[in-house]
Design a protein around this ligand. Sequence first.
Ligand code: PGA
Length: 314
Amino acid sequence: MVYPLSDSQLASHVTLHQLQVFEVAARHGSYTRAAEELFLTQPTVSMQIKHLTKSVGMQLFEQVGKRLFLTQAGQELFHTCQEIFGRISQFEMSVADLKGLKQGYLKVTVVTTAKYVIPRLLGPFCQRYPGVEIALKVTNHSGVLERLAENKDDLYILSKVPDEPDVKAYPFLPNPLVVLANHEHPLVGEKNIPIQKLADQPFITRESGSGTRGYIQQLFDEHKISPTIKIELSSNEAIKQAIAGGLGISVLSKHTISLEGASGQIAVLDVQHFPIPCHWYVIHLAGKQLSVVAQAFLEYLQTEGKELAESTTW
Ligand code: PGA
């Protein structure tokens, strides 16, 4: 027998906020990470889940060692929450669509190299649609894939399109990877430097999980080169500073030097097999129904945004 919603015992005791807290805690398997994501304190998360557990009348989590696992009731509730929040976000989208592009929310996550281009392209888009609010997240390749798997954003920009999950990918801009050295480095000015010479140089590398690092590793493996790693840094800007400080050479996206060019303290070396010809793609989950705002931004990136980027880089 199906009761009207208003007759449901649970619906009158459980709040959407409790379900939201539970969903995030279940996704992370951690109250602490849920508190971080929701900008709440850990005791608040714990209290909300306690109330929810009481209303459900069964344990939702079980603790084994330091890890939290969902009980069977917890798993059922987790799936229910995903359906509820999926429906709510569809409803939000329909309302935003009804209001057209006058207002809306756009969530975009890009790899660290794209942060040298995307923020600049947001200006004209936001001027055209002043009611649109944009959240831009910058992380490395693995970070983008994690957010994609959790369906956290509308659009993503990265170089290597994943095989899984199923995505739609739109080519965006070239993202060549170049060898960078201090402007006083002895190899500056040399032509067609054999790639093997890089093995003797102190090398500054990005962190594991970085797409840039993946491409370099692949090229070095093809040429059987083991670079002498001097230091690992997870920021392109920190790597540029380290190069300027004479710590070593590195390979980064050419976009990372687009503002200052190669005229400052950093020079591009002319090494065989470089630049590595990467290309950025705008992607979204294949099954995702894009909102009007996300669709408009995707079209903007493929047309005017792309032209603007091409005219202002290098
Ligand atoms: P990343 O960027 O090094 O910041 O992960 C890689 C990419 O261009 O996809």
